[in-house]
Write a protein that binds this ligand. Structure first.
Ligand code: SF4
Length: 374
């Protein structure tokens, strides 16, 4: 999501005359599009910001430093950044990132900007900017289908920093998607490209104007691509997986057979405390159906180790679940406390050492499973 959004920021700045600097060139504008989903992401970005500020002071240059995105949006964090680093010229959150070009113009004139909005501002023009591709993976492209999230999983900061769920009209999605398809075709690339549909909970998608739900949208987009362009989506939520989804994936070879479906825990008790809205049995039945109807499908997942109240038994249940399901790959992380979320206030926190131990153990088990599946 952030990579894609950063691409839009770059295009917005091109519209006021900036270009991407070459390797080793000190940029006139340095923008940090921040993540706050885990504490480690936050610590990393803070050390990068500190370094940039130090360099700016040392060189006495007029570089504009901007901090945008989830970290500055998080309750009180933007204000703290401002106090700690007065050299930052622009601090804005997620809800007004669409106005970045205007803010940079104002900073050029010497203004210091600190603007954190409570709700997402109208951003049609910014949303409709077409990003050619992921700079690190040029054959990968992204299209947002929704913004924000209303699910309030108890560990997650996203609903607080990205705001309420809003669906993008399907006509806008189709326009952006078609432009990307056209650009790929014009390049006459012989390689396969993948376009990811992005949202915090993609299978909850519904367009009020056209009545398209996620499966209808997928079907519609599949009819716009040829066999050199694949479609994927990030992320689906197990609670909202409809039986129609598997049929659409099975029917359309244009949809990648590599699906990410976050399980988060293999313990029903923990899933309930996470407010995930499904049980391990529900999850397993989705996977069984997908594997039956879609030969060759690869399933990846996310798992949190050491959620508050996770006992040794709950952890064993997670181990058993990943051994039963056999994911092709899993992103396994220790639970990270996020201030303002219900899980942060739970009094039965698992110790740092125990979270680390469980994470290491689970990664080792998953590594063996991934190796076996190839
Ligand atoms: S669905 Fe995803 S983004 Fe939304 S609250 Fe849950 S974990 Fe966070």
């Amino acid at each position: 999501m952030n990579v894609h959004e950063s691409g839009k920021v770059a295009i917005a700045l091109e519209s006021i005359g900036y270009v991407m600097p070459g390797e080793g060139v000190v940029p006139d504008v340095l923008i940090f599009n921040t993540c706050t989903v885990r504490n480690t992401a936050e610590s990393k970005i803070l050390s990068h910001i500190a370094l940039a500020v130090y360099e700016k002071q040392k060189k006495h240059n007029k570089q504009i430093i901007a901090v945008v995105g989830c970290l500055s949006q998080r309750d009180g964090a933007g204000k703290k950044l401002r106090q700690r680093f007065p050299e930052i010229d622009i601090i804005i959150g997620t809800h007004n990132i669409s106005k970045i070009a205007e803010f940079v113009k104002r900073a050029e004139a010497g203004e210091r900007i600190f603007e954190i909005k409570k709700e997402r501002e109208k951003a049609e023009q910014f949303d409709n900017l077409v990003v050619p591709g992921d700079p690190q993976k040029p054959n990968t492209h992204y299209v947002n289908i929704s913004h924000g999230c209303d699910n309030f999983c108890t560990y997650c900061i996203v609903p607080y920093v990205r705001g309420a769920l809003t669906m993008r009209p399907s006509a806008e999605i189709t326009n952006e998607f078609t432009t990307i398809v056209k650009t790929i075709k014009e390049k006459q690339s012989r390689e396969t490209h993948t376009i990811y549909l992005l949202g915090q909970n993609v299978n909850n998608y519904f367009c009020n104007e056209t009545g398209l739900d996620f499966t209808a949208l997928l079907k519609h987009l599949c009819n716009l691509v040829d066999d050199k362009i694949m479609i994927n989506f990030l992320s689906a939520h197990p609670r909202d997986v409809s039986p129609k989804l598997v049929d659409i994936i099975a029917q359309y070879p244009q949809i990648e057979r590599n699906i990410h479906l976050p399980i988060q825990s293999g313990s029903d008790k923990i899933l309930e405390q996470m407010n995930r809205g499904y049980s391990v049995a529900d999850y397993k039945s989705i996977i069984t159906e997908w594997r039956t109807k879609i030969p060759g499908i690869r399933i990846t997942t996310d798992i949190i180790c050491g959620f508050p109240g996770e006992t040794a038994q709950d952890f064993d249940d997670t181990v058993k679940t990943i051994q039963d399901i056999e994911f092709n790959a899993a992103f396994i992380f220790p639970f990270s406390r996020r201030s303002g979320t219900p899980a942060d206030k739970m009094d039965n926190q698992v110790s740092h050492a125990e979270k680390k131990k469980r994470t290491t153990q689970l990664i080792a088990i998953q590594r063996e499973i991934s190796k076996k599946l190839g």
